[in-house]
Design a protein around this ligand. Structure first.
Ligand SMILES: Cc1cc2nc3c(=O)[nH]c(=O)nc-3n(C[C@H](O)[C@H](O)[C@H](O)COP(=O)(O)OP(=O)(O)OC[C@H]3O[C@@H](n4cnc5c(N)ncnc54)[C@H](O)[C@@H]3O)c2cc1C
Length: 431
């Protein structure tokens, strides 16, 4: 028997790919989909901030096309950065033109100086040292440091760089010089195009996958896991035995409920840290907000949020005619106060100051969502903890997958592939 904790994309994909092998998915919420669900409020469909599909792996593409035949529109990303009063195409490092000329010159000179240096490949390298070695001080001071500090709520010196490989585009000299002189570099990075459902929000994807999963039990929060006895206890008191356990629930929460063996599992949880994302969704009675942009990055300190996005520019189907929808994301440390009213009013004031919202705009829907955990913090504590915990848990038949089970920085395609890959390896182990 294989028990899967969590019915988000990773857990659903595991169950789907396990096929006839004996298994069950236990999901604490009343609907599956996890972070990939959508909610409808007064005719507006909101995801948990922007959720855009970036598919590259043929196995994921095949599955998604099979689940939603003809149901996804593919769109070329329109992402920009607002900084120092100007709007630049994304990514910053390859589109500096428009910033103050002295600053652009400094960025280019300091980037050129990095070309002779080595990019550190030691996993313990701090994000600060890695970014300085790759981009030079100017680009770091203008974007890399302030943006990532707002997102993760950590100083670059206190983070490691083992999350950057796919997430941060690294330009060459040609691209930096072209971007600095006004030749835009678009199409860079992992998200140059995206797919999004033509009707409904991103939640149609896990809904379609869940329809193919027979053994899914919602409203079933797991409360205790006995690793020695290989039994999970639900909040209802029901107990289930397993041979192998696939965990997609957040790893610190799993550790807090794990018992048995030589390790005091709950005491390991504080070694893992994450930010919280406060997301304000707005439905506004005005067409065409965001000037066609899909999302805008805000690295500067005088704006409280790090990113604003416009779902009504992803798809016509997510906002009523004559309206627009937007979301703004603010990063918080998990020990920072979370006062919903104060956060919503700080973000709304920021939207007015940034000119995204106009004083005469009629706000039809206001909805604040807390995403906790939001972004996993990559630091030495995480590195050491994962190096010890992954093999120790595997020895008890526990497999950590998905964004929060594997406690990593990943995305929907990866969650689908994590499920497929663990199902394949469990099948192989059975043969
Ligand atoms: C702000 C933000 C923006 C993002 N934007 C994008 C994007 O644009 N594109 C992209 O590809 N990805 C994006 N992602 C990442 C994407 O959301 C995830 O990679 C993916 O949805 C993770 O799926 P999962 O199944 O691993 O985890 P989850 O969706 O978190 O699923 C875990 C499930 O476990 C359940 N659970 C928890 N505890 C228990 C328990 N005790 N018992 C039973 N069940 C439990 C939860 O209810 C949940 O359903 C974004 C993430 C964030 C935070």
């Amino acid at each position: 028997m294989i028990v899967i904790i969590g019915g988000g994309l990773a857990g659903l994909s595991t169950a789907y790919h396990l096929g006839a092998a004996e298994h069950v998915v236990l999901e604490s919420e009343s609907t599956p989909g996890g972070l990939c669900r959508s909610r409808e409020i007064d005719g507006f469909i909101f995801d948990y901030t922007g959720h855009l599909l970036h598919l590259r792996d043929p196995r994921a593409i095949r599955l998604v096309e099979d689940l939603l035949p003809g149901g996804l529109a593919e769109t070329v990303r329109k992402a920009v950065i607002r900084s120092r009063g100007v709007t630049l195409p994304f990514p910053y490092q390859a589109n500096l033109h428009g910033l103050p000329p002295d600053f652009v010159a400094r960025c280019v000179v300091e980037f050129v100086k990095t070309l002779d240096g080595e990019v550190p490949d030691d996993p313990a390298t701090s994000f600060e040292d890695w970014a300085l070695a790759v981009f030079g001080r100017g680009i770091c001071d203008g974007f890399m440091f302030p943006y990532n500090e707002k997102l993760f709520r950590r100083r670059p010196a206190d983070m490691t760089a083992d999350w950057v490989s796919w997430a941060v585009p690294k330009p060459n000299l040609d691209e930096v010089v072209r971007g600095a002189t006004g030749v835009p570099n678009t199409g860079m990075g992992y998200n140059a195009t995206f797919r999004y459902p033509a009707s409904g929000g991103i939640g149609v994807l896990p809904e379609a996958l869940a329809r193919r999963v027979e053994h899914l039990r919602c409203d079933c929060p797991v409360a205790v896991v006995d690793l020695e006895a290989r039994k999970v206890t639900l909040a209802s008191g029901e107990r289930l035995a397993y041979d192998q356990l696939v965990v997609t629930a957040p790893l610190p929460a799993f550790l807090a409920m794990a018992r048995g063996g030589d390790t005091d599992w709950p005491s390991q949880a504080p070694r893992l840290d994450a930010s919280v994302v406060a997301c304000l969704n707005l439905g506004v009675a005005r067409e065409g907000m965001g000037d066609g942009a899909h999302w805008i990055y805000y690295p500067d300190d005088d704006v409280p949020f790090y990113r604003a996005g416009f779902p009504s520019n992803f798809s016509d189907a997510v906002a009523p005619p004559g309206t627009s929808s937007m979301y703004v994301e603010m990063g918080l440390r998990k020990d920072e106060p979370y006062d919903p009213e104060q956060l919503a009013s700080t973000m709304e004031r920021g939207l007015l100051d940034a000119g995204l919202l106009l004083p005469e705009d009629k706000v039809l829907v206001r909805d604040l969502v807390r995403v906790d955990p939001g972004y996993v913090i990559f630091d030495r504590s995480r590195q050491q903890a994962m190096a010890e915990l992954v093999p120790a848990l595997k020895a008890h038949g526990v497999h950590l997958i998905g964004r929060y089970g594997a406690w990593t920085y990943s995305y929907m395609e990866r969650a689908i592939l994590d499920g497929l890959e663990i199902a394949e390896s469990l099948h192989l182990a059975e043969e």
